[in-house]
Structure formats: C-alpha cells, structure tokens
Write a protein of this length. Structure first.
Lengths: 332, 332
DNA sequence: TTGAAAGCGTTACCAT
DNA sequence: ATGGTAACGCTTTCAA
C-alpha cells in the first residue's frame, strides 16, 4: 500500500515539504500557480494524509472505542451501528470490540483500546462485571468514558433507559390483562439494571395490592439456557405464573419457547412482556409485546456525552431515555 | 490521555531513549540492573508503546478493515465477530464499516479504510454494486482484499458457499416433500449469488422433469418489503406456489409472514427453505428449514486468505465452503 | 512567497 | 553496555 507523501510531491516539484503542506491545507503563503501544481500532483498520485503522522504530531487519534457484550445480539448491533454513524459524521473512526458478556474479556477490550490511544470509550459493561476499577482508572487518567445500557452507581457518565418506570408500566400492562401471578425473569442481581427493573415490578404489584411471591422471581445468568431452565421451573410450580416479565431479549425468547414447549398458549395461559429490540419482537411468534427502547436516541446521546468529555467537559451526566411498552400479541 | 513515553523514562533515569527502547523490548545490550529500573518505571507509569509512532516507523498499521452490508443482520454480525476474533488473535485490530447495502456507501467505506492505511480489507459487496473498480484498484495498489458471501467473477480472492449445489439440494428437498410448484425468491440478477442459486434451482427442476414456470421466479431488491410484495404476488397467482426457496434471510422471513398473513399453513400449504443463520431460523415460527452456512469457517478462511496476501502471496484464490440443508418445520 | 529546522514516539544503525 | 542520530510523515515556527 504505497501512498504518495508530501515529501514525494515536494521532490517532484523541487520545493520544500512545508510549502506542500501549506498548499494542501489551503493556507496562504503559496502562489496560486504553485498551489495548482501541487494539488494536481497530489490528486494524480492519490495523496492521502497519513493519519498516523498527523496523530503523532497532534497527539490526537480521531478514534473512539466501543465495547459491547455481544455484537450478534440485535439490540447491541443496532446501537453500535448508530454510534458508528454518529462518530463517522463527526470525523471519528470506531474500534468495535465484543466481550462475549464476560468481565475478563471486557478488561482486555478496554486495555486494547487504551493501547490504541483511542480518544474515548463507550462501554456496555458485561453482565458479570462487578469491579469497575478498570473504567474508573481510565477516568482518572482523563480518558473520556460513557456507559450505556447497563450502568452501576459510579461517577461515570451514562445513558440508560427508565428501567424501574418501564418495568412498572409493563407490570401494570400484564395486570390489566388479567394476570395475577406475574413472574419476573431477570439477569443477575449484581446488575443494577436487574434490580431497578425488579423494583418497578415490585412497586406495581404493591400498588395493586398483589402479594409478592418470591418463588416467581428468577434472577440468574442472562443466557438462552438459563432462561429456559428458569421458565421450566416456573411452569412446574404448584401454582405456575400466568405472566412473565423478562428483562432481556434472550430471556424473553427462551421463556416463550419454554412456555409453548409445555403446550401452553400465549397469551391465554401465559402472557409475556420482554425487553427487546423491534426486530426480535417482530420475528417472534406470537409477537412478543415489548419495552421499546429508542436505540438511535441511546446511541446519539452516548456519543454526545463522549464528545462533551472529549471537548473538556468533566461533569458526570446520567441521561435517562424513555422507554415504554409496545403492545403486540403476547399480552391480552 | 497522557501516557508516559520512552523519553520520559530516559529523562527520569538520565539515560538515552535508545537504551530504554532496547530494555523495553528485551534486546540485549542493557545491564540487568538498569533494565530492572527501566521496567519498573515503565510499569509504574503505565507505559504503552505508541502504536502510531511504531506505525510510522515501520509503515505497518496492524489494522484491517471489514466492510459488510448491514451489521444488524445476524448473518453478518456473526461473521464479523469471528473475523474480529481471528484478527485479534493474530495481533490485528479491525475497523468495521457498514454500507447499508448500497454501492455508494461501500465506496465511502473502502475510501475511509484506505485512508486509515489498513493493511487489508475483507469485503462483502453491497447488493447493488455492479462496478468493482474501487476494489480492483486496491488490488492494483497491492492492497490485500478478500471478498466473502457475495463475489462477482473478478480476480480477487473470495470465500463463498456452494451456491448452486446448495440451492439444488434445497430444491430437491422441497420436491421430495411433494412440492411441484416451487417459487424462487431471490435478490437482484446482478448478484452472481442470485444467479448461481437460481441455476441450482433450475437444474434440480430439470433433473426431475418439472416444467419451469417463469412467473414463479422473483428476483428483485433484497429487503423485507420487497420480499413481502413478491410473495403476495406469488400467492395471488391463479396457480400459487406450494413451496418457496428464498436466497436471503430477510426474504425468507418476509415470505413466511406473507404466507401466514394469507391464512395459509406452513408447510402444509406452502413449504419454505431459506438461506439464513441458525439464530434467525431458531427464532422463526414455524422454524424455517434453512441452508446452514458455517459462518465460523467462512470468517476463518476469509481472514486466512487476507493474511496470505498480507504476507506477500499474490495468488487469487476462490474458496468454497460447503453449506447444506438443515431441516426444521417449514418443510414436509 | 518560500525554505529550513525542530518535534511528535519509536527503532535501527553506528559510535563510543 | 550505552549514547547519539537519522528516519518515518506531518505541522509549526522562524528565517530568508
């Protein structure tokens, strides 16, 4: 990949590199004729500024990093796609990394990105990350960091949805459909997202004076198999649930498959609401009523917060994007 | 993001940068004690070699580019995830770009990547790319390029599946299930992938002496809406099809929804086989029998071909990965 | 208007 | 064993 450089152009014209540099950037101090010549040769030779040389000079890389649990999950690929578009539009290139939703890989990804000297990092922490020191250390080193989707109570800017309120609304929706024994299928309790959504769920039950049954609350690892096991356990209770609120697309889909595998009908025997992307809901059968998140807005806000930090704003901001229940066919 | 540099360490110890450089890379010519000291300070200061300085020095970036039509589509995100893993493992960082399946964006993405001086590019061309000069130009400039998933007849290395043979097998499967009027729902005829798969389809029909009905062949834009329209047209024919072979996940899903929206049963009234990823098939209802592609293998082979080129191998290689029908519930 | 030189972080080569 | 210096491509500052 041999590319022509300013030096090449300068040599070819018998002028100095600094003159070429000025000409190519449209600064004045170059005669119109010479400028034309320089531009011509640059064009013919397909000249492109070497971003590494520029980076070295300015100590700026025009690169940002993105860390997601799993890019093959539609929810994340949608967000990544949007962030990438925003970043590109602002002149930044993204390095996208995937943690497979484990803390160990997350640390490696963050390390890789800092080694690349990215100017900022947008992270959705893995589901089993409990120690956030790798991210806090970054902030101390003045590296801009923004969390999204999942955010613990630490002083790093974040963009999440209204977890508690949306879960409360989803629970009301299920209650309004006649459900009385609503199960809560969530991720680990270490995830603040899980506990927040659970609070919304419990709050709704309390407000409607529905007894809280702890055997209906399943908070384990977020995975298809785990969701399957938990749902089958729920359905084999002496008094099985008549509705399920799942806090993650994988859990919702596994619940749906577990319920139908038992010969039960959705929503008649069991209603379901899940947190998932439009596309996953669209694909499911029956279409799962879901908590619709504005992924484009989440992406835009996250990049905006990162940009603010990159421009020197050191304030910690917590943005909450409104999500609300979207009815499909898994609820009455 | 202020990072300590070799010069900082050198100053702090009153030695020369070149000594620090040698020590940090474990070259000999540094006394053990001094080496220890240098390593200590480097560790304490969180020293990381600046990849841009290294790039400048060696004219090598340890970056590769990936261009895909749409990263939110499971098929592509799976492949991207695998390529990324392979690349990382080999010490390369990926820049992932998304064309939204248009030729215009594809040209921009390739341009962005070449400007970044990536050492090679793995591309799945967009569905409406007919002019491949932007890629051929890269090869002329000795930039390693590998195509995957979709590859026209040009002299650039590629990894695709056995399009014709797999479509032939899929058609036989439908015929064996009793279908006699099999529709072919494909992308544009400009895509070699489409015509190859169509050849396999036609071949199977010919071999079984089934008359070919042109009104059952729909080759248009690959999109959900296009698939919906085409399928509805098919179903409203005087003699509608009793099976559909769809060459793309979006088309298969849209066909499934169009068919069921007409109150028809799958597979009894209409059988379906589609080219799609395991996950999309798993999510569909009824589960669509599909042409299973080994995405991990496609990714590994593509990266391997790129690595070969990056190491100086100029031969053009066309790798074909075997795909075969996997039966689910949309076929008899 | 143009040129010369220094500097960004690193490595390679030649001196000492 | 260690130091000095040039070089990668570019920009900036100062001098001509």
């Amino acid at each position: 990949m041999k590319r022509i450089s300013q030096r090449d152009i300068a040599r070819q014209l018998g002028v100095n590199v600094s003159t070429v540099s000025r000409a190519l950037r449209g600064l004045d101090g170059v005669s119109p004729e010479l400028k034309k010549e320089i531009e011509r040769i640059a064009h013919e030779g397909g000249y492109r500024p070497n971003p590494f040389a520029v980076s070295l000079r300015y100590d700026t890389t025009r690169m940002i990093g993105i860390v997601v649990p799993d890019i093959t999950f539609n929810h994340y690929s949608q967000i990544v796609k949007r962030i990438e578009a925003e970043a590109r539009n602002a002149g930044y290139v993204c390095i996208i990394t995937d943690t497979n939703d484990t803390a160990e890989n997350e640390i490696n990804c963050v390390e890789l990105l800092t080694n690349m000297h990215v100017e900022g990092i947008i992270v959705c922490p893995s589901q089993d990350t409990t120690d956030f020191s790798h991210l806090l250390r970054l902030r101390q080193a003045k590296v801009p960091v923004v969390l999204f989707d999942r955010a613990p109570d630490i002083s790093i800017s974040s963009v999440i949805i209204n977890d508690a309120a949306s879960a409360r609304q989803a629970t009301f929706t299920l209650l309004d459909g006649g459900a009385r024994r609503i199960a809560f299928l969530g991720g680990s309790n270490q995830l603040k997202q899980t506990t927040d959504r659970k609070h919304g769920y419990l709050e709704a039950l309390r407000e409607r004076n529905i007894a809280i049954r702890t055997e209906l609350v399943k908070c384990h690892h977020i995975s298809f198999n785990s969701g399957l096991t938990d749902t089958l356990e729920l359905m084999s209770l002496p008094e099985p649930p008549d509705a399920i609120l799942a806090t993650h697309g994988l859990l919702a889909i596994s619940a749906l498959q577990a319920v139908t595998s038992q010969g039960l009908r959705i929503p008649d025997d069991v209603a379901i609401i899940g947190y998932m992307s439009d596309w996953v809901s669209e694909m499911s059968h029956p279409r799962v009523s879901f908590v619709k998140q504005n992924l484009r807005e989440i992406a835009a806000k996250a990049f905006r917060l990162l940009l603010d930090q990159m421009q020197g704003d050191d304030s910690v901001q917590h943005v909450v994007v409104n999500a609300r229940v979207e009815l499909r066919n898994s609820t009455k």
